[in-house]
Ligand binder design. Structure first.
Ligand SMILES: Nc1ncnc2c1ncn2[C@@H]1O[C@H](COP(=O)(O)OP(=O)(O)O)[C@@H](O)[C@H]1O
Ligand SMILES: [Mg+2]
Length: 269
């Protein structure tokens, strides 16, 4: 099963990914987290890893070679001697080279690619690699793939969601976030992906939660759970340390139940 977490930049996508990964582990699932956000850096420490994995983009010989590597396994100048796993029609998590997957305690982390330099070109090749990676990746019955998507909606244009089982949007208390959630719902349906609904994040009071939920529901977006604003999360983000999911365990459990139910449902909502 593959679940994709979308939303506005800074809304809490990576935070929600880390919380869901911890809850999935508690349920003894195998978890693969896919970092598909080319500009965020902090997902690996939120998950408790010391270092990020080497991006898959490097396994593919860089952005210029990506299309060719996905088809043939070789870079344009033929220098990539070993046929890439990415060129196969399908692969499993275990087929990926260990250098490109960080693993600890049943959680694996892969990273599609990061933008390091000014003027290095657009992020389209990352979108292509994300889409093909998710399409070719076969999951075991007890394995759940959680994708930390780049901010905004461009990835829908690149078809990244076409092979995911459920799309979840993170909504923080802002009109911009609400509008984006509505768009993501429409785009997910257009991409043929199941839109599970929204999780509210960073809600500082019940009143704010109720107003945010109402704004989303007015736009036809189902609300699955609400994660409060937690000072410890902000502090962990500032210090670059792992997230402790314990204080929001109940909210995350009900969120995961709803997302799994949506992903397993035969038809869209
Ligand atoms: N529920 C929350 N309470 C407090 N701070 C939060 C919460 N969720 C996220 N944050 C903080 O907000 C910032 C952005 O969160 P992050 O998960 O990195 O967002 P995104 O991945 O959408 O850009 C981080 O500093 C994070 O620690
Ligand atoms: Mg992020």
């Amino acid at each position: 099963m593959k679940i994709c977490i979308c939303g506005k930049g800074g809304s809490g996508k990576s935070t929600v990914v880390a919380l869901l990964a911890a809850e999935l582990r508690r349920r003894r699932k195998q978890v693969l987290v896919v970092d598909s956000d080319e500009s965020n850096a902090g997902l690996y420490w939120m998950l408790g890893f010391e270092e990020p994995p080497i991006p898959l983009m490097e396994l593919a010989g860089g952005k210029k070679s990506i299309q060719r590597v996905l088809r043939t396994g070789f870079t344009e100048d033929g220098s990539y001697q070993e046929k890439s796993v990415l060129a196969r029609d399908e692969f499993r998590t275990d087929d990926l080279p260990g250098t490109h997957v960080q693993r600890a305690d049943g959680i694996g982390l892969v990273c599609i690619g990061k933008i390091h330099q000014a003027l290095e070109g657009c992020a389209c090749p990352m979108g292509v690699l994300s889409r093909e990676f998710l399409k070719k990746l076969r999951t075991d019955d007890d394995e759940v793939v959680v994708v930390d998507m780049e901010a905004g909606v461009e990835h829908f244009g690149r078809g990244v969601e076409t092979s995911v089982d459920a799309v979840l949007v993170v909504a923080e208390p802002s009109l911009e976030s609400v509008g984006l959630a509505e768009r993501i719902k429409a785009l997910a349906s257009g991409a043929g992906a199941m839109f599970a609904g929204a999780v509210l994040n960073k809600v500082s009071s019940e009143e704010i939660a109720a107003r945010l939920a109402e704004a989303l529901q007015l736009r036809g977006v189902r609300v699955l759970s609400a994660i409060p604003f937690r000072r410890e999360f902000l502090q962990a983000g500032l210090e670059g340390t792992s997230l402790n999911a314990e204080p929001v365990a109940g909210e995350v459990q009900s969120l995961l139940d709803s997302v799994l139910a949506a992903a397993e449902a035969p038809e869209g909502n």
